[in-house]
Design a binder for this molecule. Structure first.
Ligand SMILES: NC(=O)c1ccc[n+]([C@@H]2O[C@H](COP(=O)([O-])OP(=O)(O)OC[C@H]3O[C@@H](n4cnc5c(N)ncnc54)[C@H](O)[C@@H]3O)[C@@H](O)[C@H]2O)c1
Ligand SMILES: O=C(O)C(=O)C[C@@H](O)[C@H](O)[C@H](O)COP(=O)(O)O
Ligand SMILES: [Zn+2]
Length: 362
């Protein structure tokens, strides 16, 4: 087992990465405050891993909530199912919530933990690659609004993150690829050496080579932990983790939640960010091609979905948490392996660039 640390003073916590970790009480017990534990999962993950996970909490009073599966259920109405269970069974302020599943379950459980009785602790047990490399770390929690992704939420750090890489064996190929999009993101924003490693090991990752996956998960978590430790609440540098997301979230909202996977939308968004960076005279055309080639080899989409109009995309991009005084700040790439956040671009050039891409894509 490999253990990393997210250094946030009194809110610091470990990330345990390894095989056969589900059910190991020694990893979670030190982080439990009271006797009550509510495991939140969904209808797909429950039959696979709920019993195994419960075994880690045998000395505690444990119940579970099983949510419907899908991005379209990441909303305030479904969130209430968690509060209903907590109140019905008289869960107190010492309760620990446990998120067992992908990023949807993790974001919703974390948000429920941030709100219930004004805040109770929670533990992340991520079971998708995307959740293991990104969403379980850093304390961004929340739900979607019909008008914008993750628009209702809170920063609330987990007590610990337990990444059992064995759970990836049941993940389908499309979801594995979606997770790889966020992995590539770390290489692009801050870690050129990792990007080059990914170019060399894309096939190993797709073949689920255990060593390659463990390395990619640990390197991604370390990258994220470093940025979060510097800027927990995204007042600056943390916004770099949003590379591809202003476009990506607008695509997800535009086509309808659940119609495209988050990682897929981020892959397309990173291609758009790369292409626009090249238009601004930053990235070389050959570097844009390198990015698209890697994402394409990882079985990710690199083209805008048909039927999404440029104006709809631009409108969607205005609903972004990085907007300041009406200006959409974008994460762009001055060079491969280095991202910046900027509002120093001509909106007409962006519109023109997206229109051209939309024509050539469709
Ligand atoms: N909080 C953050 O920092 C952060 C970061 C990235 C993404 N996100 C959010 O995370 C969500 C995407 O997460 P995701 O990609 O994990 O999607 P997801 O949670 O919808 O999971 C993907 C699918 O895999 C299934 N699944 C989960 N584990 C499985 C397993 N081991 N075997 C088989 N099937 C399994 C799920 O039931 C679901 O059908 C989005 O809502 C996104 O906004 C949040
Ligand atoms: O942790 C972060 O910070 C991120 O931006 C990670 C993203 O991958 C993730 O999708 C996040 O939820 C997006 O943040 P948002 O603030 O734009 O909702
Ligand atoms: Zn993301």
């Amino acid at each position: 087992m490999n253990t990393l640390q997210v250094n946030l003073g009194v809110r610091s916590y470990p990330i345990h990465i390894g095989q056969a970790l589900l059910g190991q009480s020694t990893l979670v017990a030190p982080h439990l405050k009271g006797k009550q534990v509510l495991i939140v999962t969904n209808e797909t993950v429950a039959p696979l891993y709920l019993d195994k996970t419960r075994a880690a909490f045998t000395n505690f009073q444990t119940s579970s909530v099983i949510l419907p599966d899908g991005e379209e259920y990441k909303n305030l109405t479904v969130l209430n199912q968690i509060f209903d269970a907590l109140l019905r069974d008289r869960f107190d302020r010492q309760t620990t919530l446990v998120a067992l599943g992908g990023g949807v379950v993790g974001d919703m459980t974390g948000f429920a933990a941030a709100c219930y009785q004004r805040g109770v602790p929670f533990i992340q047990i991520p079971t998708t690659l995307l959740a293991q490399v990104d969403s379980s770390v850093g304390g961004k929690t929340g739900v979607n609004h019909p008008l914008g992704k993750n628009m209702i939420g809170a920063f609330h750090q987990p007590q610990c993150v337990v990444i059992d890489t064995d759970t990836l064996q049941t993940l389908d190929n499309r979801q594995l690829s979606a997770g790889l999009a966020e992995v590539v993101k770390y290489g692009l924003i801050n870690d050129l050496e990792f990007f080059e490693w990914l170019e060399q090991h894309a096939a190993d990752l797709l073949a689920r080579d255990a060593q390659a996956l463990s390395f990619a998960i640990a390197r991604s978590c370390q990258n994220k932990a470093n940025i979060v430790a510097e800027d927990e609440r995204e007042t600056g540098r943390r916004a770099l983790l949003n590379l591809g997301h202003t476009f990506g979230h607008a695509i997800e909202t535009g086509v309808g939640y659940g119609q495209i996977l988050h990682g897929e939308a981020v892959a397309i968004g990173m291609c758009l960010a790369a292409q626009f960076s090249a238009q601004l005279g930053w990235l070389q055309a050959t570097e844009v091609t390198r990015i698209k080639t890697l994402l394409n080899r990882m079985a990710l989409p690199i083209q805008l979905p048909t039927g999404l109009a440029v104006e709809q995309l631009l409108e969607g991009m205005k609903v972004d948490k990085k907007v300041r005084e009406g200006k959409v700040r974008l994460v762009l790439l001055p060079r491969l392996g280095q991202a910046i956040i900027t509002d120093q671009y001509d909106p007409n050039l962006l519109r023109h660039c997206l229109s051209e891409l939309s024509i050539s894509f469709n």
